[in-house]
Write a protein of this length. Structure first.
Length: 317
């Protein structure tokens, strides 16, 4: 249990740090008014539903990389990371076009208030660019944490959150000589901070992977992409159903106007923070069990699973 808790701690902090981007955006929108809070909150809920699906599709990175490391096959682990980057870019492109073509008709079909819908689309037109850095970060983070490297990612995420606050202050409020872009500025700040985070973490992961693969003739395999999807599709589908319900309810609340929607988004932001604790624990559990499975220490799998259930139960009660 001690090993799992030690592994889970930085990963839980990572999950909370990712949610803090949305909290900061909502806080700055609160300085503008209920319409801005509602637009950014609803846009974030819709965008995050797809992003959570993408995270689910990459669930296999933790498991398969950990198994490869447990089996002392670091070349396979490095190739899995390269495959995960290819998969992340493909998923991001799909989500980009899906959000571009589907967001407007979906908001109109649900009956979201017209002014709120226009502001949501302004935010989503920028937010759709976040899938590329966001999912590259997820793939890189999962590869690094499967290798037992978590605290450098935490430091990178803390830095990105600090930059997000500064960017919001500059682009949303118009400080430091920048124009006051309000909702548009919030989206731009989030994208810039996420790109910086993706560049830092992918540099750390690629450096580790390329050192392993520098003497290998085989750098990339489509088979590994299929292996990742084989594990990721069920997990991604489950995550989409869980998060998608909240996004759909947020759209329904949008029918009642900006004030009601703003109150709902503020409550949802706080509730989402608590959900990040068991989610981070699940990532740590997947990495630990994958390593044990790869090392063929099968008797320890149930012990780790029981420890994860115990920790999760204690934290969430």
């Amino acid at each position: 249990m001690r090993i799992l808790a030690k592994l889970a701690m930085p990963i839980v902090i990572l999950q909370l740090g990712l949610m803090f981007f949305g909290v900061v955006d909502t806080w700055f929108m609160g300085k503008i008014g209920p319409q801005a809070i509602a637009a950014v909150g609803l846009g974030h809920a819709l965008g995050f539903a797809l992003f959570a699906f993408g995270i689910g599709l990459l669930y296999g990175v933790d498991t398969l990389v950990s198994q490869a490391i447990g089996a002392e096959n670091r070349e396979e682990a490095a190739r899995l990371y390269i495959a995960s980057l290819v998969l992340a870019c493909g998923i991001s492109a799909s989500f980009f076009f899906l959000l571009t073509l589907g967001a407007g008709p979906l908001l109109r079909a649900v009956g979201v208030e017209e002014e709120l819908s226009r502001n949501v689309l302004v935010y989503l037109n920028l937010l759709r660019w976040i899938y590329f850095p966001g999912l590259i970060f997820v793939a890189s983070r999962q590869f690094l944490q499967a290798n037992g490297i978590a605290w450098p990612i935490v430091l990178a995420l803390v830095g990105a959150n600090v930059l997000n606050i500064i960017f919001n202050d500059a682009l949303v409020m118009g400080n430091y000589g920048f124009p006051r872009w309000e909702i548009y500025g919030s989206g731009m700040a989030t994208i810039l901070a996420n790109w910086i985070l993706a560049v830092v973490t992918s540099f750390l992961a690629l450096r580790r992977a390329c050192v392993v693969l520098k003497t290998s003739r085989l750098f990339f395999q489509w088979k590994l992409v299929c292996d990742l999807l084989r594990l990721g599709i069920p997990g991604g589908g489950q995550t989409l159903l869980e998060v998608g319900v909240f996004a759909f309810v947020s759209m329904l609340i949008g029918r009642f106007g900006a004030m009601t929607s703003a109150a709902h988004q503020l409550t949802l932001n706080l509730a989402s923070l608590t959900f990040m604790i068991p989610m981070g624990l699940s990532y740590a559990t997947a990495a630990r069990i994958g390593f044990i499975f790869g090392a063929k220490r099968f008797a320890e799998v149930s012990v780790v699973g029981a420890a994860a259930m115990t920790i999760g139960g204690i934290v969430m009660t």
